[in-house]
Design a protein around this ligand. Structure first.
Ligand SMILES: N[C@@H](CCC[C@H](N)C(=O)O)C(=O)O
Length: 293
């Protein structure tokens, strides 16, 4: 019998980033990677991330959240998923201020009519924090490129960890970038021992960035909240923008504010409830060869 069989789920999205909320606080159990991969199949319940809620570990928090990518791997941060669980918890309890905890730290969220704001914590720029495979003095632009060696299409990304690892390639024409072509090799490049989320970013003005993201463990997505945070702080760090920007993703806009007083990153945007149901054996049971480790 599949471990998650008969568990209730809620399907939500944040700017089209497909999120499944599994509230496992009553009867906690780990999400088996093979069951996550089976569930993520196109004809079952395609998702980018599962946000699995476990009993709280720290006082004042609602749940300890584990983030599972569509390929069954685990992530330390998911901005769009965080807004989704904030909306879910606010709907369940009527509280518009909710705090979660993840492996990366506390996630303080406020649900308001104009949007859901999540405090995503502080960025880490050291090579070992990201992590990179070896020492790099300046993570504002590292040696890495994609495309023909003599005329690279993407080059010299900024790298940062915002709870998960990100590389941001600065481009002049975002429409011309085929991230689906270069994302897989960059995600798995040996410079990233834990793989990385890969973005192409065009700075349109000092308060506006346009972004495309190839997500680690999920591929091309309509939006990635942590990538928006990563692009915003990296752009501000190298003087391309101020500390408050709108980030436009294929699924819509997020406002990112890199707060001066304490360096915390505040992300504001929407979340949407779609439908709910119960997981069945058929949804979790991958035919031989599909979802196998
Ligand atoms: N969709 C997310 C990012 C999810 C985790 C990421 N794929 C990783 O493995 O780090 C977001 O909205 O931030």
């Amino acid at each position: 019998m599949a471990a998650l069989e008969n568990r209730p789920f809620v399907k939500m999205n944040g700017l089209g980033n497909e999120i499944v909320v599994l509230d496992l606080r009553d009867a906690p159990l780990p999400v088996p990677p093979a069951e996550a991969r089976a569930l993520a199949r196109e004809d079952v319940l395609p998702f980018d991330q599962i946000m699995a809620l476990y009993p709280p570990k720290s006082e004042g928090t609602r749940a300890f959240v584990r983030i599972i990518n569509a390929d069954g791997s685990e992530a330390g941060a998911c901005g769009n998923g965080t807004r989704c669980i904030a909306l879910y918890e606010a709907g369940r309890t009527g509280d518009n201020h909710v705090v979660f905890e993840s492996v990366a730290g506390l996630l303080d969220c406020t649900v308001a009519p104009e949007g859901i704001t999540a405090d995503m914590g502080v960025p880490h720029f050291g090579w070992h924090d990201i992590p990179l495979a070896g020492p790099v003095a300046d993570t504002r632009a590292i040696e890495l490129q994609a495309g023909p060696a003599e005329a690279p299409v993407l080059r010299a990304p900024s790298v940062v960890n915002v709870g998960n690892p990100h590389a941001i390639f600065w481009v002049h024409d975002i429409e011309a970038v085929d991230l689906g072509r270069y994302g897989p090799e960059l995600e798995h490049h040996p410079v990233f021992p834990e793989r990385a989320n890969i973005s192409a970013a065009q700075v349109v003005s000092p308060d506006h960035i346009v972004l495309k993201v190839w997500e680690r463990g999920a591929g091309l997505t309509k939006a990635c909240g942590s990538a928006a945070c990563a692009a915003a702080v990296s752009a501000a760090r190298i003087g391309l923008t101020g500390r408050r920007v709108t980030v436009t993703l294929p699924g819509g806009d997020l406002v990112i504010d890199w707060r001066e007083s304490d360096d915390h990153i505040l992300m504001t945007g929407p979340a949407v409830f779609e439908f709910d149901g119960r997981l069945t054996a058929a949804m979790l049971d991958a035919p031989t060869g599909v979802g196998a480790a």
